[in-house]
Design a protein around this ligand. Structure first.
Ligand code: 3HC
Length: 295
C-alpha cells in the first residue's frame, strides 16, 4: 500500500492519546473512525476533539471551517469489527497493559481487511510480542505520539522484529502527512528512546520528594526553569497521566531491572485515582481550570 491509498484511519481507544491522535488524523484530512468500549468513553473522546479544535480555531491556528470539517470526518464506534471494516491503517491506543492489548489484537486480526496496517501507540511494550498475536507481523509497527498529540511534533516509528521496510516507510510517510516529524527507532526495546529517558526523570523526581529531600514545587522549579524542560517533572506526570508513567516504569523494571523501580509515591497516586489532569487531581489540583496549582 502507498500513502495515497490511505483514506480511512481507525483509532482504537478514545482516551487522552486516542482522541488526540484521531484529531491530528482528521485535521490532516483523513476519515477517522474512533472506537472505545462504551458510548460514554467514545463520546468523551469526541467531545475532547470538539473542545481542542475549537481552541485552535479560537487562537486562529486553524479556521472555523477547518475545525468543523475535521470534526465531521470523525465517526464514533463501540463495535470494533464495524470500526475497522474499511480501515487502511489502525492506530491502537488502548490501556498500557499487555493482556488488554493482546485481546484487542486478537479481535482486530479477525475483523480487519488483509491490507490493513496495524500501528500501536504503546509507550513501552514490546512491538514484537504484540505483533506476534496477529498473522501480519510484517504489517505491524509502533507509532508513538506524545501528549498532547496536537501540540507535540515528534512521532517515534518503531520496528518490531518482523516489521517490513515497506511498513516502516508507509507509517513514517503517514506521520509526515499528519504534520509530524517521524523518527525511526530500529530496535524494539522497553520505552523505546523518549520514555527510556523521560519516565525515569519523572520517577527520580518522585523519589526525591518521597525521601523528603525536596518538595514538589522545588523539584518542578528546577526542572522547568533550571534545565529548560517546558514543564516541571510533576506537571509532566500530570499531563501524561501518572498511571501511564507508572505502567511504563513497571514494565521497564520487569524487563530492564532495579534501576527502574517505580517510586511508591506514584503507586499511591494511582491507587487513589489521582491520575493527573484527566481526573482533575494528580500532583496538582486542576478542579478550577487546566493550569497547574500548588496542591
Ligand atoms: N488542544 C488545544 N489546545 C490545548 C491543548 C490541546 N490538546 N492542550 C492545551 N491547550 C491549550 C490550553 O488550554 C491553553 O489555552 P489558553 O491559553 O486559552 O489557556 C494553551 O493550550 C496553553 O498553550 P501555551 O502555548 O500557552 O502553552 P505552552 O506553550 O506551555 O505549550 C505544551 C503547552 C505544548 C503542552 C508545552 O507545555 C509542552 O511542550 N509540554 C511538554 C509536553 C511533553 O513533554 N509531552 C510529552 C510527554 S511524554 C509522552 O507523552 C509519552 C507517553 O508515552 C508517556
Amino acid at each position: 500500500m502507498e500513502l495515497a491509498d490511505i483514506n480511512t484511519i481507525t483509532v482504537l481507544g478514545a482516551g487522552n492519546m486516542g482522541h488526540g491522535i484521531a484529531e491530528v488524523a482528521a485535521l490532516a484530512g483523513y476519515d477517522v473512525n474512533l472506537r472505545d468500549i462504551n458510548e460514554e468513553f467514545v463520546q468523551n473522546g469526541y467531545d475532547q476533539i470538539e473542545w481542542s479544535v475549537g481552541k485552535l480555531a479560537e487562537k486562529d491556528q486553524i479556521s472555523e471551517s477547518d475545525a468543523d470539517a475535521a470534526l465531521d470526518r470523525v465517526t464514533t464506534y463501540v463495535d470494533l469489527a464495524d470500526s475497522v471494516s474499511e480501515a487502511d491503517v489502525v492506530i491502537e491506543a488502548v490501556p498500557e497493559k499487555m493482556d488488554i492489548k493482546k485481546d484487542v489484537y486478537t479481535e482486530l486480526e479477525a475483523a480487519a481487511p488483509d491490507h490493513t496496517v496495524f500501528a500501536t501507540n504503546t509507550s513501552s511494550l514490546s512491538i514484537t510480542e504484540l505483533a506476534n498475536v496477529t498473522d501480519r507481523p510484517e504489517q505491524f509497527c509502533g507509532m508513538h505520539f506524545f501528549n498532547p498529540p496536537v501540540r507535540m511534533q515528534l512521532v517515534e516509528v518503531i520496528s518490531g522484529a518482523e516489521t517490513s521496510a515497506e511498513t516502516m516507510d508507509l507509517v513514517s510517510d503517514l506521520a509526515e502527512a499528519m504534520g509530524k516529524t517521524p523518527v525511526r527507532v530500529h530496535k524494539d526495546s522497553p520505552g523505546f528512546i523518549v520514555n527510556r529517558i523521560l519516565v525515569p526523570l519523572m520517577n527520580e523526581a518522585a523519589w526525591i520528594v518521597e525521601s523528603g529531600d525536596a518538595t514538589v514545587e522545588e523539584v518542578d522549579s528546577t526542572t522547568k526553569y533550571g534545565i529548560g524542560i517546558p514543564m516541571g517533572s510533576f506537571e509532566l506526570a500530570d499531563q501524561v497521566g501518572i498511571d501511564v508513567g507508572y505502567h511504563v516504569l513497571q514494565y521497564m523494571h520487569e524487563v530492564l531491572g532495579d534501576a527502574y523501580e517505580p517510586c511508591p509515591l506514584l503507586e499511591e497516586k494511582v491507587e487513589a485515582g489521582n491520575l493527573g489532569k484527566k481526573t482533575g487531581r494528580g500532583f496538582y489540583d486542576y478542579e478550577d481550570g487546566d493550569g497547574a496549582q500548588v496542591p
